[in-house]
Design a protein around this ligand. Structure first.
Ligand code: AHR
Length: 642
């Protein structure tokens, strides 16, 4: 008994020790590494830094638009029952009775030919029959906000009235209500405005539509918006837009990703069906297995670009969908090529062109800037080997009408020389550490490179600090080679962190209905993008640990040097910095540090800034000085030097 007891104690002690050792392996270590020397010759530049190096990649995944950045607060407003039958819930008050069903015979438009039929068998003003919608895991309401809503409706009896209210889940209290005019026998859009008074800020709210008498009612396209960024109608959520604005992204690669392609050809991003009045947009199934109403359509992407001063990188559907469906090059592909050429005209054409005029009709007379058009997405997955031929057909048609456009290929091709090649990397931090010199020897005479999707996939739903270290190490390589790497974009950008909201683990920005937060990777991206520089400066490093990564750029006009220092080791790295090629160095430098005690540390919806950049000033003693780079840290040192 006794020896068994001792053995058990020993076992527990050893397990404890193992745990301590295991966690210690990920924690910062007070033992510093040997001093390394970083020599910088600011008089020598190795190449230009691409001004478009850092941008965004987006698609409808992880509830990125609906349930994400798109300000629409109603879930399943077009009653796609096959997707989620629980979004509209019959809610009788008192003695009211009734039922709902999908009616496939009537709808307000050719694009929306179905509707929700509500049969009210019993109701009166004091006992209405309601239908409630809980939004995207809640409806956010803040004090004194104004909401604008609308829905299409018709009724079979004269005098049927409809009331729309915002209700607090916890108390059942009505926050705001609007009575709409009596419904008629024909489809009509009803609009309403609700003002929240002095309520407590919360997303635990629902929208309820109520009917006051027996009869049948048909509903379609229910919509409800709170405040939006720049007050755009059909616009975007403010907090998420603010987070993106803080990254200063140069471009937006849109609309995918797999979302561009769809699982099947008829589920592609068919841009012509995503423009114009919402009632004329049929919506479609996304390959991430949920419905897209396409309320967030092509013009909404472009306005998103406009609001954040990004240029669109327009990916056009290229005749391949994910379930190995493809359109053979030749006459069968021609309509798809024409769609792409039309799409470019919609983006760039003036109002005298057919599609420029359509854009003006849709509310945006001014054209949008466009430099890059991407043909498809990840076409190396197409086992038919049709991409070479498909690419050539798109390339020729686009170059014929728009010779100045840069055409991006998503897989190597032989038929034409693409201007740019899009490459994707989803890896672990260790893989990025080992591959930071990936582009150092790339042929400078071939196509330029767009690293259009990449990420260190560690941590979920958003990435951990260890992932940010992998990202930052990789970015030093992108920056050093940005004479050839014209653009790069992390993916995926967004995730709704509610249960069921995520299809792809390890994402950059997380949110629920109420608030949003950045992962450590988000902060690493923002730090690099906000201190980008215009030229790569000649430099050399000796004596550093093998988990130390860096890049040096300068902004010629601002006369500043940017040192990105990434210490992915748990030990501090002592660094002797020697600055040549400058006459005068300002004694105070700006330092931005992102660090954590362990690689597992992360941010979350409830702890959004656990790992966040800290800005300080440090003394720089002339052209030779020392820095201590803490273990597990990413630093940007901004030095003013002439
Ligand atoms: O970013 C997630 C997916 O990864 C994209 O949709 C696709 O292009 C890639 O395979």
């Amino acid at each position: 008994m006794r020896s068994n007891g001792i053995a058990r104690v020993l076992c527990v002690a050893m397990a404890g020790l193992a745990l301590v050792l295991a966690s210690h392996a990920q924690q910062t270590n007070s033992q510093p590494l040997a001093t390394a020397t970083l020599t910088i010759d600011a008089s020598k530049t190795l190449g230009k830094v691409s001004p478009t190096l850092y941008g965004l990649m987006t698609e409808e995944i992880n509830y990125s638009y609906e349930g994400g950045i798109y300000g629409e607060l109603v879930q399943n407003g077009t009653f796609q029952w096959a997707w989620d039958e629980a979004t509209w819930i019959v809610t009788p008050r008192g003695t009211a009775r009734g039922s709902i069903r999908l009616d496939k015979t009537t709808g307000p438009s050719a694009a929306l030919p179905t509707s929700l039929q509500v049969t009210v068998t019993q109701a009166d003003a004091a006992n209405p029959l309601g239908l409630r919608n809980e939004g995207w895991w809640g409806i956010p309401v803040r004090p004194n906000e104004t909401f604008h809503g609308s829905l299409y409706a018709k009724a079979d009896s004269i005098g049927m009235e409809m009331k729309v209210s915002l209700i607090a889940n916890d108390t059942g209290k009505v926050i705001a209500t609007a009575a709409l005019p009596p419904l008629g026998p024909d489809w009509k859009q009803y609009t309403f405005t609700l003002h929240a008074g002095g309520v407590a800020a919360s997303s635990r709210n629902q929208l309820i539509v109520e009917f006051n008498r027996p009869g049948a009612v048909w509903l379609q396209l229910a919509s409800f918006f709170g405040p939006t960024y720049h007050d755009r109608v059909n616009g975007n959520r403010i907090d998420i837009m603010d987070m993106l604005a803080a990254m200063h992204p140069a471009f937006l690669r849109m609309p995918g990703g797999n979302y561009l392609e769809g699982d099947h050809i008829n589920e592609r991003f068919d841009w012509k069906k995503t423009i114009g009045p919402l009632v004329d947009r049929p919506g479609h199934r996304s390959p991430w297995n949920y419905w897209s109403t396409d309320g967030f359509g092509l013009l909404e992407y472009l306005e998103w670009c406009e609001d954040l001063h990004m240029q669109p990188v327009l990916a056009v559907y290229a005749g391949y969908s994910l379930r190995q469906e493809f359109v053979a090059p030749g006459s069968a592909l021609e309509p798809y090529v024409q769609d792409a050429v039309d799409e470019i005209e919609y983006v760039t054409g003036d109002v005298n062109t057919k599609w420029g005029a359509q854009r003006a009709k849709d509310g945006h007379p001014a054209s949008f800037p466009l430099t890059y058009v991407e043909i498809g997405n990840e076409d190396f997955f197409d086992h038919s080997n049709s991409y070479d031929g498909r690419f050539a057909q798109f390339y020729d048609a686009i170059k014929k009408k728009y010779p100045a456009l840069q055409v991006i290929a998503t897989a190597p091709v032989k038929s034409r020389t693409p201007d740019v090649l899009d490459e994707h990397y989803y890896r672990r931090a260790e893989e990025f550490f080992a591959d930071v010199h990936h582009y150092d020897a790339t042929d400078r005479n071939g196509p330029k490179i767009f690293v259009g999707e990449w990420a260190t996939r560690e941590g979920t739903p958003t990435t951990s600090f260890g992932a940010a270290l992998g990202d930052a190490a990789w970015m030093t390589g992108l920056e050093r080679n940005s004479d050839i790497i014209v653009m790069s974009s992390y993916a995926p950008l967004f995730v709704n962190v509610n249960p069921g909201g995520m299809q792809w683990r390890s994402d950059l920005i997380g949110y629920d209905a109420f608030s949003s937060y950045g992962s450590p990777s988000y902060y690493a991206q923002a730090m690099f993008a906000n201190h980008i520089g215009t030229e790569v400066v000649a430099s050399g490093l000796t004596g550093a640990g093998d988990r130390f990564f860096y890049s040096v750029t300068r902004d010629a006009a601002k006369r500043v040097l940017y040192l990105k220092l990434v210490n992915a080791s748990s030990s501090t790295q002592q660094l002797k910095i020697s600055l040549d090629g400058v006459k005068d160095v300002k004694s105070t430098a700006k330092l931005v540090t992102l660090s954590a005690a362990t690689t597992a540390e992360t941010n979350s919806i409830n702890d959004p800034r656990r790992v966040a950049p800290v800005e300080s000033t440090v003394k720089v003693a002339g052209k030779e000085f020392e820095r201590t780079v803490p273990g597990y840290s990413i630093q940007v040192l901004e030095i003013s030097a002439q």
